[in-house]
Structures are given as structure tokens and as C-alpha cells.
Design a protein around this ligand. Structure first.
Ligand SMILES: Nc1ncnc2c1ncn2[C@@H]1O[C@H](COP(=O)(O)OP(=O)(O)OP(=O)(O)O)[C@@H](O)[C@H]1O
Length: 329
């Protein structure tokens, strides 16, 4: 029996950068940065996976290798059977990339002109292009924006425009690097809903890099954590919370300043005037806690905050970032 290779397959993948830095007036020192340090994983077709980690962990470097922009220093990499750095152009027809912090759209042109250019660049068959464009315009609410120059779009509008641009050629894989960064709550919800539908209806494989754990919670059944270029966790988000013993925060706005709230299952963290912060295990549902607080206290408002990724990872491995770096040496 032949074992088929996963759709995206990394085996001991490495990327080392050589950085030169001044070590005196004239002398320069060479230093090696192992941005990706032997990562192995497989992603099956149609999976939606979160790829998370603290700043400088090696996420963007991995994505750049997956798209063929960077050549690995070691290990093996295949996307849809293609070696990305050797056959970048062939792979480009099968993948889509969205970098939240940069745009692939033409800054001075109306949004629709960028799409026309992509239509030609990717040589997308006319009917397919029309169908995909119409679908994106409808689902991403782009109708009123098509004639607006990209530089005049808000961040959320631009992001939706970028996501559409990445999908016009029907990619089988979509890499998203911080797709919800800087977006307001409504825009975030729109982007997430669209991605969920895309994955459900078209079976597009999605690899998502984000600092927002809510993105992962709402979209991904599997999450991979990378730190210092190494894979530290691969499994369900709930499992990550368990390993990291992470806590969510319930932020409660009361009608007036009151003594610390005491409810079973939560820990009082701090108060500032009528606002109080209560911590509870991220593996538990917030609903019973909200009900208990609302039943016993005069509430004005409340919200739930997800643990941040840095905090979960710090708890998972203990110590500070520097101590963790030492422990990996
Ligand atoms: N072109 C480069 N030359 C030298 N070092 C680099 C280069 N690109 C990345 N690095 C280094 O490699 C490491 C990993 O960087 P990378 O951008 O992949 O991290 P990241 O997880 O995407 O971080 P962030 O969340 O901040 O975007 C960092 O130490 C970074 O400084």
C-alpha cells in the first residue's frame, strides 16, 4: 500500500539567516539566526489550521517558504506535491496569500482595476473570473467599493479587498497572515464568516497566522504553536488551554463601585472604579459565570477577553521569553 503525502508537508524544515552586525568601529560580526529550526507537520486538503506564536517565532518565515518566496536552508517541503522554491510560478496558480500588514492591491487604482489586472496576470478563464468576483463582491460586501482607489479604503475594506484578490484564481490553499489585525469587531466578524463559508463550501485549505485567539477559536479545529523556530504544540485549541492552564477574563461594568465579586469558578483579579476583572479557566464556558454575576449584581455591561498568545505560551513552558530561549538551547 502506498502512503499518500499530506497536501502540505514539512519535514525537518529549516531556515537560517546570516546577520552581520557591527562589533566595533570597523569589525563586523556574523551571527546566525535560526528562524525555522526543524519543523515537521502535515496538513490535509480542506483543513483549516491556526499557526500561532509570539513575535519573531518564525511564522512569516515559514509562510514565505511555503509560498516559495524564501528557499529553505534544510529539510523538505511540498505543497500539493510541488517544491515551492523550485516551482514558484506553477505553485502561484494554486495558492492565495493575504498579508494583513501589506496589500497586494494597486494603491492608486480603483479596486476593480486591481482585479482586472489579476484576471490577466493569472490568465483566469473569463467565466470563472466573473463567477468568483461576483461571489466575493457579494459575500465580502464590496459592491460600493469597486470604484474607490485603494488608498481611500479603510483598513477593514482594504482587507476584504485583499482577500477577494487572493481568491479570484480559485486557489486550493489560502495563507492568511494576520487577516483581522486592526479591524473593528464588525469587520472581523465579516471576514471570519467569509472564511468559514469558503472552507465549508469550496474545501479551501487554510493556514492562518494570527495574534487573535478568537480567530482560531471561531475558525480552526487545529492549532500549531511555534516558538523560536520550533513546533511546540499541535492539536486542538482546547488542549492548548489545558496545557497552558490559560484563563479568560470577564470584564464586568457595574452600576457603581462595589466590593470584589465572588462567584464560584472565577477569581477576582482587580477593580477600577465600577469595573472589575474576573479570571476563569479558558476551557470553561463563560455562560454560567455571566449568569451568576448578572443574578447577584447590578450590571451595566460585560465582555469576555481571550488570553493573549504570549501569556498562554509563557505559562505553557514557564518563565520569560529569555528563559524559554535558554531552555531550548
Ligand atoms: N530576512 C531576514 N534576515 C535576518 N533575520 C530575519 C529575516 N527575516 C526574519 N528574520 C528573523 O527570523 C526570526 C523569525 O522571524 P519571523 O518574521 O518569521 O517571525 P514571526 O513569527 O512571523 O514574527 P511576527 O509575529 O513578529 O511577524 C526573527 O528573529 C527575525 O528577526
Amino acid at each position: 500500500m502506498t502512503v499518500t503525502e499530506p497536501f502540505i508537508h514539512l519535514d525537518g524544515l529549516e531556515k537560517t539567516f546570516t546577520v552581520r552586525r557591527r562589533a566595533g568601529l570597523v569589525r563586523r560580526e556574523k551571527r546566525e539566526v535560526r528562524a525555522v529550526d526543524g519543523i515537521s507537520f502535515g496538513v490535509e486538503r480542506g483543513e483549516m489550521v491556526g499557526y500561532i506564536g509570539p513575535n519573531g517565532a518564525g511564522k512569516s518565515t515559514t509562510i514565505k517558504m511555503l509560498t516559495g518566496i524564501l528557499t529553505p536552508s534544510g529539510g523538505r517541503l511540498r505543497v500539493a506535491g510541488i517544491d515551492p522554491s523550485r516551482e514558484r510560478t506553477r505553485l502561484a496558480r494554486r495558492i492565495g496569500v493575504v498579508f494583513g500588514q501589506r496589500t497586494t492591491l494597486w494603491w492608486d487604482l480603483p479596486l476593480k482595476d486591481s482585479y482586472t489586472l489579476m484576471h490577466r496576470m493569472y490568465r483566469i478563464p473569463d467565466a470563472r473570473y466573473r463567477e468568483n468576483l461576483d461571489r466575493c463582491v457579494e459575500l465580502l460586501d464590496l459592491g460600493d467599493l469597486l470604484d474607490v482607489p485603494v488608498r481611500q479604503l479603510s483598513l477593514g475594506q482594504r482587507m476584504r479587498g485583499d482577500i477577494a484578490a487572493a481568491l479570484l484564481h480559485d486557489p486550493e490553499v489560502l495563507y492568511l497572515d494576520e487577516p483581522t489585525i486592526g479591524l473593528d469587531v464588525v469587520s472581523k466578524a465579516k471576514v471570519r464568516e467569509f472564511l468559514r463559508d469558503l472552507n465549508g463550501e469550496r474545501g479551501t485549505t487554510v493556514l492562518l497566522t494570527t495574534h487573535d485567539l478568537t480567530d482560531i477559536e471561531q475558525l480552526c479545529s487545529r492549532v500549531m504553536v511555534i516558538d523560536h523556530g520550533r513546533l511546540m504544540y499541535d492539536g486542538e485549541l482546547a488542549g492548548l488551554h489545558e496545557v497552558g492552564e490559560s484563563e479568560r477574563l470577564l470584564v464586568v461594568d457595574l452600576e457603581r463601585e462595589l466590593p470584589p465579586i465572588e462567584v464560584p469558578g472565577a477569581r477576582f483579579v482587580r477593580a477600577e472604579g465600577p469595573r472589575q476583572w474576573l479570571a476563569f479557566p479558558a476551557t470553561e464556558s463563560a455562560a454560567p459565570l455571566v449568569a451568576a454575576v448578572a443574578a447577584a449584581h447590578p450590571l451595566v455591561d460585560l465582555s469576555v477577553r481571550e488570553p493573549d498568545i504570549e501569556a498562554v505560551i509563557a505559562k505553557m513552558y514557564g518563565g520569560t521569553r529569555e528563559e524559554r530561549r535558554e531552555s531550548l538551547r
